[in-house]
Ligand binder design. Structure first.
Ligand code: ADP
Ligand code: MG
Length: 389
């Protein structure tokens, strides 16, 4: 049954429309977003699809086909950040978008929402941003708000930061909102300018695989806050507002200055990761623009090393994917996303995809790890309205 038909079954009338917004993977540029640096995500074919109808009576009803939870019924004028819908409840994501829109002065007077998503949750592929962005797009259309993709992405991020209480950067929402088919999105997290970088791997005989390790080690939340604080300290010691402002050519000098300041050694490592990862984004763009997709492989491996040894957000499962991919002859590989589990990316010759996948599955079996899910990351289109079927 389609999501629209499920909506009709659930609420007893047909929706006004159906919208879709994808999950994403980040090709390169990790933890750089809150340092006002560069990231380079691409949208996945996996999407959250929402059937939505506008309401005028202040009522917001939310339902997910993927959970065994009843319809959440809320009042738009009673939505409050970190309320009971902001503490773990899935409804906080779409409700937070309604709150963020209203808080920005947009007259959103209620809605009925039913959604279903094919974005794996908790795999670092941003199922949460897909929920937020699909809700934002639907309400933008239904209430004639006239907001742009980047404006909706920023409001969706605010929903997650303030309403749900997750301190994420804006990359996930921007990717879900603004990505286009066959491209990676070069996003400058300072001014939110974007450039679509051609990323048609198939034409070059290459394939990008996502390996979802299906593990999520605890420690994640505190570790994020700790690295954020360390980056801020690094910027302060270097006299810049954000690490984005440290040129790669000055990195060695900058690190020596931090060392001399007596700061904790981790600040040196974090700064080295952020400044070098911004540089790696620029390297990857240069190579893709030159049509040399194969040459990004070593940059991906180098990015993984930096995340493992400097930022220290990898884990045995992610390292096993990357090490096994390398031994099996992959072109490049690295963990992607927030770390401590989630997914890795593996760039392979299309002709090697099956063999590399098999090596990874075997390595996981030998290590007695949960079998990973492997699927191709085809650069797909961002949020959009779908024809109702
Ligand atoms: P990620 O965004 O990396 O997938 P998060 O922890 O940020 O992981 O977001 C996952 C949360 O988003 C889930 O715990 C759930 O609350 C919500 N979510 C994602 N997909 C769905 C869905 N299809 N239905 C209901 N809630 C969902
Ligand atoms: Mg998320």
């Amino acid at each position: 049954m389609t999501v629209a038909a499920q909506f009709s079954d659930l609420y007893g009338y047909a929706p006004d429309g159906v919208w879709a917004a994808p999950g994403r993977v980040n090709l390169i540029g990790e933890y750089t977003d809150f340092n006002e640096g560069f990231v380079m995500p691409l949208a996945l074919p996996h999407t959250a699809v929402a059937a939505v109808a506008r309401r005028e009576d202040g009522v917001l009803r939310l339902h997910s086909a993927d959970l065994d939870a009843p319809v959440a019924e809320l009042r738009v004028d009673a939505l409050e950040p970190l309320s009971k819908y902001g503490q773990g409840g899935w409804a906080a994501y779409p409700a937070g978008v309604v709150w963020a829109l209203r808080d920005a002065g947009h007259a959103v007077t209620g809605a009925d929402v039913h959604l279903a998503s094919t974005v794996p949750t908790g795999a670092g592929l941003s199922s949460s941003a897909a929920l937020e962005v699909v809700t934002a797009y639907a309400l933008n259309d239904l209430f004639g708000l006239g907001l742009s993709g980047p404006e909706l992405a920023v409001l969706a991020q605010r929903a997650e930061n303030v309403f749900v209480g997750v301190p994420c950067g804006v990359m996930d929402q921007m990717a879900s909102a603004c990505a286009t088919e066959g491209h990676a999105l070069h996003l400058d997290c300072r001014d939110l300018s974007v450039r679509q970088v051609p990323f048609d791997l198939a034409a070059q005989g290459l394939q990008l695989l996502v390996v979802d390790t299906r593990v999520k080690h605890e420690l994640g939340d505190g570790a994020y806050a700790e690295r954020r604080a360390g980056c801020e300290e690094g910027a302060r010691l270097l006299g810049v507002t954000h690490l984005r402002d440290v040129p790669y050519a000055d990195l060695d000098d900058a690190l020596a200055r931090i060392e001399r300041s007596g700061a904790d050694e981790k600040v040196v490592r974090y700064v080295r990761h952020i400044v070098s990862d911004d540089h790696r984004v620029e390297q990857v763009i240069g190579l893709l623009d030159a049509g040399e997709a194969r040459a990004i492989g070593p940059v991906l491996y180098d990015g993984h090393r930096s995340l493992r040894d400097d930022l220290r957000i990898s884990c045995p499962e992610l390292d096993l994917v990357v090490d096994t991919a390398r031994s099996a002859g992959a072109v490049g590989a690295r963990m992607t996303g927030g770390g401590f589990g989630g997914s890795a990316l593996v760039l392979v010759e299309t002709t090697d995809a099956d063999a590399v996948t098999k090596s990874i599955l075997t390595a996981f079996e030998t290590a007695a790890f949960t079998p990973p899910r492997v699927f191709p990351a085809v650069p797909s289109t961002g949020a959009r309205r779908l024809p109702v079927s």
